[in-house]
Design a protein around this ligand. Structure first.
Ligand SMILES: [Zn+2]
Length: 255
């Protein structure tokens, strides 16, 4: 019997995966993939009223509930908002996560994004996918997971707004038609109840779902479908050069 595909979606904060790639994750889940949604932080800065510990606890619960909507697991790497750094300790934690979950397909933020936490997470994920194969890279965890045998396929989700910090459009290389799973994406995003007030007061986003739908609609227009999510594949030396996601979701992928 064929083994299910293992997928790791590693993003900076709770709700990032829901905004950026939950429709695609739901499609993969429906096809039997074993999915982990992980965040670098628990979102400790996502409140103007609650303490970091309190809001972190709430947001981890919300993220776990969102993951459960599609039968995925949630993991938090324990970092802090605005303090996700590319350093030895953080990288070893990400490599250990990759080795434990052993993904064939991974998703993360765009290398160029609207905030440093996202861009750093993207770099950490890229290095961890590559370095998870190197036996001489020791994470120091006990017990430590075995090195991977193959570098996972890595896909960068389009950033929120699909632009960099200079307002330049970041063109997607491929689109996934998420019409079939938009309802799951909405349900997952709705789990992040604590963020409605934060987004309204701090980022002038009165309705997270409307923002998500606007982005999915714009990507959909580029793809010639109603709703889509956009991605670029990491094609650097050492990474797979064919497109596993396009094979797994062949009917939904547009390029
Ligand atoms: Zn974020």
């Amino acid at each position: 019997m064929q083994q299910p595909v293992r997928v790791l979606a590693l993003f900076a904060h709770p709700d990032d995966a829901e905004f950026l790639c939950a429709g695609t994750l739901a499609l993969l889940a429906a096809r039997g993939a074993v999915i982990t949604i992980a965040t670098m932080s628990a979102g400790d800065c996502g409140s103007v009223k609650l303490s970091p510990a309190k809001i972190s606890s709430i947001r981890q619960g919300e993220a776990a509930q969102a993951a459960r909507q599609i039968g995925a697991r949630y993991a938090c790497l324990g970092g802090k908002d605005l303090s996700i750094f590319y350093d030895r300790t953080t990288l070893s934690g990400v490599v250990e996560l990759v080795r434990r979950r052993r993904p064939q397909v991974s998703f993360t933020h765009s290398p160029a994004d609207y905030m440093a936490d996202h861009e750093t997470t993207s770099q950490l994920c890229q290095t961890a996918c590559f370095g998870a194969m190197a036996p001489n890279y020791r994470t120091g965890r006990r017990p430590a997971a075995k090195p991977l045998c193959e570098v996972p396929y890595l896909y960068y989700a389009d950033p929120l707004g699909r632009k960099d910090i200079l307002g330049q459009r970041i063109p997607s290389a491929m689109y996934v038609d998420i019409g079939e799973t938009l309802k799951h994406k909405k349900a997952m995003l709705a789990c992040h109840r604590s963020q409605r007030a934060w987004l309204a007061t701090q980022q002038q986003i009165s309705d997270p779902e409307s923002l998500m739908l606007k982005m999915a609609e714009e990507a959909g227009q580029c793809a010639g479908v109603r709703w889509a999510e956009g991605f670029r594949q990491h094609l650097g030396q050492g990474f797979p050069q064919d497109n596993l996601l396009a094979r797994l979701l062949s009917a939904q992928v547009h390029r």
